[in-house]
Design a binder for this molecule. Structure first.
Ligand code: SF4
Ligand code: SF4
Length: 99
């Protein structure tokens, strides 16, 4: 299953040069997109994780294309929960630092 670029992308251009198959394209307006025919999930390369996702500063700029509705639903759910959890961590750290 290939990867895709989401609306979270800030067009930082970090992912394009590190893609081993040249699957990440940039439109004239700066919008990034992934050619699904070229994306191999970085399988069969020296990398053990998808490079576009690993290097993305937004964390959710490059995500795997869900194979069906429920896989997509759970991925989105897990991302939202992770954000909420991180906020909790942030406030825990803030409280420990300033209390
Ligand atoms: S998963 Fe790998 S091959 Fe696919 S777009 Fe990302 S960096 Fe390129
Ligand atoms: S690394 Fe992430 S934010 Fe930067 S261009 Fe690629 S998808 Fe967009």
């Amino acid at each position: 299953m290939a990867y895709q670029i989401t609306s979270q992308c800030i067009s930082c251009k970090l992912c394009q040069p590190i893609c081993p198959t040249g699957a990440i394209k940039i439109e004239e307006d700066g919008r990034h997109w992934i050619d699904q025919k070229l994306c191999t999930n970085c399988a069969d390369t020296v990398y053990t994780v998808p490079q576009c996702q690993a290097g993305c500063p937004t964390c959710n700029g490059c995500v795997k294309v869900p194979s069906d509705y429920w896989e997509g639903w759970f991925e989105k759910y897990n991302r939202v929960i992770a954000k909420l959890t991180k906020k909790q961590d942030y406030w825990d750290r803030w409280f420990n630092c300033y209390s």
